[in-house]
Design a protein around this ligand. Sequence first.
Ligand code: A2P
Length: 298
Amino acid sequence: MSTKKSTTTTEMLTQKIKLPNSLQIPQIHLGLYEVPPSQTSSVVRTALGVGYRAFDTAQWYSNEAEAGRAISSFLSSPSLNRDGLARSDIFYTTKLRHNYESYDAARESIARSVEASGLGYVDLFLLHSPLGGRKAREASWRALCDAVSEGKVRMAGVSNFGVAHLREFSERGLEREKWPAVNQIECHPFNTQTEIRKVCEEMGIAVQAYAPLARGMRFNARGSKLGGLAKKYGCSEAQILVRWGLQKGFVVLPKSTNEGRMKENADVGWFEISEEDVEVLDGLNEGLVTDWDPTDAP
Ligand code: A2P
């Protein structure tokens, strides 16, 4: 059965894993997808209070500036920032909405996001999708790599890239350190993304799992294996899904706007899913796409 582990919620939220590029990344991030700009500030402030240190936004979400401002005001408030956190204790990710064939347009867009964050630099900047074609992916990636060289961005990565898009990095003859640090993809037991993960592993690209809760779409299904496992381990279905992602070695991005659920999603350090039960979860794969899937885009 489960082996009890004693990692606290706070420790879970500060726990980092080492990426193939040797940089470190917190293993649990708060996803800010679909958080309305008007609520972002309070959601980020609440999450910082709970202990979250990593936030995942995007140009597309229209809440980059709000997320950045909430982080800055938390850090500069002695009454909120009781642990004396510094900017370097926070991990801020954003994403380029469009891939541009024009290198200059991509550079400008990246610079605007860095500026909007108000944080001085972005920890991780991703190409949000492979859409736009090979030429646009190439020019936008070059722009991102140059932003890293200039220090405005600490690491560059991709999101929603399929096998063929990932292979382009080796086909282009780019040196290894210019390959993406991460590929952020939808990943949970109902969509295990085996092929893409295999290529990520071969190429030394870390997997970030978005929609790790499958957007709640498979919760509370009568007689489900997920429900059975939650009962067995004495935790919630959400906690089983977060734990599955962590045990696979992914960076997971559960999204919640609710303080209790934010805590619940990170309170997963006290149990471990057995290998046998991880296999049961792997067996739930049905290729569920909760939103979009551009991994086959030309
Ligand atoms: P809410 O923001 O009201 O908590 P995903 O991370 O897969 O994208 O899933 C996000 C969805 O799951 C949101 O609708 C979120 O709603 C909900 N959610 C987040 N945490 C939990 C939880 N612990 N239990 C049930 N639903 C959750």
